[in-house]
Structure formats: structure tokens, C-alpha cells
Design a protein around this ligand. Structure first.
Ligand code: ADP
Length: 495
């Protein structure tokens, strides 16, 4: 049995404390799976204004923690609670985190001081680990927001008794967001000017935090094998392909798992009725309730397609917007859309139900309970992403028997098996070209399978619901990466 590791998860969000997307699901679940393997994780996140203090019973761990930035000393406090017995720490700084949004204001404009906010948070998290005085084997850092931890560890803490031998593993959840900022923040961040080079932090005269993190991390992962291959090519890498290729030997893909204690129709307390692949009666109830709640015609015989998404260009919903009228005119199906983001798509999907009353419904906003209802009440689930590092909703959809209709990219391609019309095998419907035509052909394929090959549809639902994407499998793959990172660390004297 491998030795037990102390692993610090340093991240900008964590479900159930605070969540905007899939990153939060990962930080909320992977530590638990690692603990089941015998490791000792701790979680460190910012304490945002939106945190529900009563629900989580936070207690003060440090009244005052001093954090040296490049050109000043900052102070913060630290709160603590436990997530299923895993210690979780919250860095409290009114100046940086006492705001409604995590990364942007109510109009989706990025906060102008994001480099300062997350640079500070990264440095504060390492200072907290030092002050806790327990050696840490691995810091597992996530996306541009905390990628700087790897640089801080190697530049500032290489000789520290707590962090000196610590290995860093950076997981890239979304390479399109790199934390690129004007150079004014560089002094504050304290990475030293000698490191402002095109191999490290410099990016066309600006500071690129993800790029620096890629350079300094001992191991890098992304959240599916297919996406790991994709981002080593210029088409998908948003400029990072050369830097990932330099570290090709230390870069791999691990598919996210999902937490079946939260996303499981057999026990889900949020849905109107529970069900399993052996007894789908409850799914029919969920569909009826969803149709009633959303103002759709209540009819079990019409296929219902769900969408839950951030409205960001990555998600390909403009393809659906371009195809939806033709689809509605040519086929009989219903659609429920839940999401928010891009103002054009918000208006489009807010107004769409009026054009197709009883057939299309939408809710513009974030609603976790409705997300569970949609998974449970839908027959199919649409994710037409232009790129999708892993994607969680298609994994939830498999478990809830809502057959995914996806573009074959990243984790969508890795996790969905294409339907075979001859045998009825497969767990979903994939298309390849990112075009409205390809999307509408594939939605048509799913709808015709519902009506004309209903035996195949049921067979696929059973196969989908049987799939196991639990964290226990992925946690073993992360464990391997941690040990590799530690080996790399032992063989090096820094970067
Ligand atoms: P991403 O992290 O790129 O947004 P993922 O598919 O990996 O996409 O994860 C999205 C997560 O956020 C899922 O848990 C999904 O249910 C949730 N989600 C996204 N939009 C909404 C919304 N409007 N309301 C409720 N949950 C949402």
C-alpha cells in the first residue's frame, strides 16, 4: 500500500460552499475519494460574501495572517470548518473577497483587480500551510486562479521546512481562461523580474498566470485524455500548446468523476420521485412534474430534451439557437433550457418559449434544484460544446437516463459511446462538425430513435445508467500523478 499523502487543494471554488461551475464539483468531491484511499486532504478557498456562514458553522482559525506580496505586507483572517471531516479553510479578506461575484460583477465584467485577488489568495494559502506547521506532500492547484502557488513554492518557499519538498500538481479545467493582466500587477505578485520571460509569465507584454503555473508545476493534468491531446495542438490551446508540449512528459488527462451521493436518481432528495434502471416509473413522474412546473404540455409520449449550461461561446449554444426554429418546425419534441451568461443568448432563450408555447420552456439564472429536475425529467440532454475539457452534465445525464446528444470533443467524446443503429448499443448521440446542420441532424437522429426504435432507446438508457464515472476510479489516477510529481521533485533542485 502506498504511503499516505498530505494533499492541499487550493482552489477558487468548492461545492457546497460556493460554486459557479464544474471546478467546484471537482474540489467538493475528489478530496473525499482520496481520503477513502487513505490520504489526508485539506481544502483552501477564499471566503466570498456569498458563503452561507450558518449552514457551514465556520469558526475562526487565525485572526491575523500576514502575507508578504512582492511590494507590501497584506493581512487576512482564516476561518475553518470541515467537509465530511476534511478540514476546509477560508481566506478572509474584505478588500478582495467581500463581493457578490467570484470573478466578475453582476454585468459579467471581470473585476479589474483579479490578478491581485488571486495572487494574494495563492500566496495566503501557502502561508496558511506554513503556519499550520504540518508538512505538505502535494499542493494540488487549479486553473489560473491558483496556478501561481507553484511559482511561489519554487521561488519563495524552496527552502522552507514545511513546503520545501512539496510537489505541485496543476489541473487545467478550462484553458481558455488564463488570467492575463496588464503588467502593473507584476511587482505586487512578487515573481521577480528575472522570471518575466516568454517561457514563464510574459505574454505579449502582459502577465499570464496560467503560463507561469505551467512552467513551475511539477505535473500538469487536464480533465480528460482527449482534451489533453487537443490542447497540445494550436486549434484548442489558446496559445498554450508550445508550453504544454515542452512539458509533454509531465502532462496527462484524467477524466473527472462525479459524486453519486449527490447525482443519483436512486437517492436524490431534490427530485419529485426516485428511480433506477430496474424501475423507471419514477422517471415518468419526474418528467410529468417537470412538464407541469415549466408550463410544457404534459405528455409522456413526446421526447423532452434538457439543456443546463453557462451561456458562454465554448458551450456551442449559438449552434442550437441557429437550428432551433427548423428543428421545432420539423420534429415533435419538447425542450427545457436552464442557464445564464451571454446577454444575447439570455434574451434569445428567455423569449423562445413564447414562440413555441407548451413545447419550449426556459429559466434564465442559476438553480441547482431545477438542474436536478431537468436531469431526472428529460429523455435526452444536449451539449453542443465547441470544446469541453471534461463536462459534468453529460455524466449526470447518463446516470439519470437522459441520453446525451453531444459534439464529440474532449470529455464528451471520451465519456459517451456512439449509438449503433444496427445493434442498439451506445449511450448517446455524437456529432463532429461544429455546425447548426450537424447539430440538427443529430437531434433528429435522437428524436427518431425515440419514436421509431424505442427498444433501442430503452436499451441505451439502461446502458447509460449502468456506467460508472465515480471518483474512486479517477482518484487512483490522481494518486499516481501525485507520486510521479514527488519523484520529479526529489530528482530536481527546483525549476
Ligand atoms: P462548466 O464547468 O464548464 O460550466 P460542467 O459541465 O463541467 O461545465 O459543469 C457545470 C456544472 O454547473 C454542473 O454541475 C451544472 O449542473 C452546473 N450548472 C451550470 N449552469 C447552471 C445553472 N444555470 N443552474 C444550475 N446549475 C448549473
Amino acid at each position: 500500500m502506498p504511503r499516505s499523502l498530505r494533499i492541499a487543494f487550493i482552489a477558487s471554488e468548492c461545492d457546497p460552499f460556493i460554486k459557479t461551475g464544474g471546478l467546484a464539483d471537482v474540489i467538493g468531491s475528489l478530496p473525499g475519494a482520496l481520503r477513502r484511499l487513505g490520504h489526508e486532504p485539506v481544502i483552501i478557498v477564499p471566503r466570498y460574501a456569498g458563503l452561507n456562514l450558518e449552514r457551514f458553522r465556520l469558526r475562526r482559525a487565525f485572526d491575523k495572517l500576514g502575507v508578504w506580496m512582492g511590494n507590501c505586507l497584506e493581512w487576512c483572517a482564516v476561518d475553518q470548518t470541515a467537509l465530511d471531516d476534511i478540514p476546509a479553510f477560508f481566506i478572509e479578506s474584505n478588500k478582495f473577497f467581500d463581493r457578490n461575484g467570484l470573478y466578475h460583477d453582476d454585468t459579467f465584467r471581470d473585476y479589474p483587480d483579479n490578478a491581485y485577488r488571486f495572487g494574494f489568495f495563492s500566496r495566503a494559502a501557502l502561508q496558511l500551510l506554513i503556519d499550520l506547521r504540518q508538512k505538505i506532500d502535494v499542493i494540488h492547484i487549479h486553473d489560473w486562479q491558483t496556478s501561481s502557488c507553484a511559482a511561489y513554492q519554487k521561488i519563495w518557499h524552496w527552502n522552507n521546512e514545511i513546503l520545501g519538498n512539496t510537489a505541485s500538481v496543476l489541473t487545467i479545467h478550462n484553458i481558455a481562461y488564463q488570467g492575463v493582466y496588464p503588467v502593473d500587477c507584476y511587482e505586487y505578485l512578487g515573481f521577480q523580474w528575472g522570471n518575466f520571460t516568454s517561457q514563464k509569465f510574459e505574454d505579449h507584454g502582459r502577465v499570464n498566470l496560467l503560463k507561469g503555473g505551467i512552467h513551475y508545476s511539477d505535473r500538469i493534468t487536464t480533465v480528460s485524455q482527449k482534451h489533453a491531446d487537443e490542447v497540445r495542438t494550436p486549434e484548442y490551446a489558446y496559445g498554450m500548446a508550445p508550453y504544454l508540449n515542452i512539458k509533454a512528459e509531465r502532462f496527462s488527462g484524467i477524466l473527472n468523476g462525479i459524486d453519486y451521493s449527490i447525482w443519483n436518481p436512486e437517492i436524490d432528495p431534490l427530485i419529485p420521485a426516485v428511480y433506477s434502471r430496474f424501475d423507471m416509473t419514477g422517471k415518468a413522474t419526474c418528467k410529468r412534474n417537470l412538464q407541469e412546473r415549466m408550463g410544457l404540455t404534459v405528455d409522456a409520449t413526446i421526447p423532452l430534451i434538457g439543456v443546463i449550461s453557462r451561456f458562454a461561446s465554448q458551450k456551442g449554444l449559438h449552434l442550437f439557437a441557429a437550428a432551433v426554429s427548423e428543428l421545432m418546425n420539423e420534429m415533435i419534441f419538447q425542450c427545457v433550457i436552464l442557464g445564464s451568461g451571454d446577454p444575447y443568448l439570455e434574451t434569445f432563450f428567455r423569449e423562445l418559449p413564447a414562440q413555441y408555447p407548451g413545447r419550449v420552456a426556459s429559466f434564465i439564472g442559476f438553480n441547482n434544484e431545477l438542474a436536478h429536475w431537468i436531469e431526472a425529467g428529460s429523455d435526452c440532454f444536449l451539449m453542443p460544446s465547441l470544446y469541453e475539457p471534461c463536462g459534468l452534465n453529460q455524466l449526470y445525464s447518463l446516470k439519470y437516463g437522459a441520453l446525451p446528444i453531444v459534439r464529440a470533443t474532449g470529455g464528451l467524446d471520451d465519456s459517451i459511446d456512439q449509438y449503433c443503429e444496427r445493434t442498439g448499443s451506445g449511450t448517446g448521440f455524437k456529432f463532429f462538425e461544429p455546425s447548426p446542420k450537424a447539430l440538427s441532424n443529430t437531434v433528429g437522429w435522437a428524436v427518431s430513435t425515440w419514436y421509431d426504435r424505442s427498444g433501442h432507446f430503452r436499451q441505451m438508457q439502461a446502458a447509460a445508467m449502468e456506467k460508472d464515472f465515480s471518483w474512486d476510479v479517477s482518484a487512483v489516477a490522481y494518486e499516481d500523478v501525485y507520486f510521479q510529481a514527488l519523484n520529479d521533485r526529489m530528482g530536481s533542485s527546483g525549476v
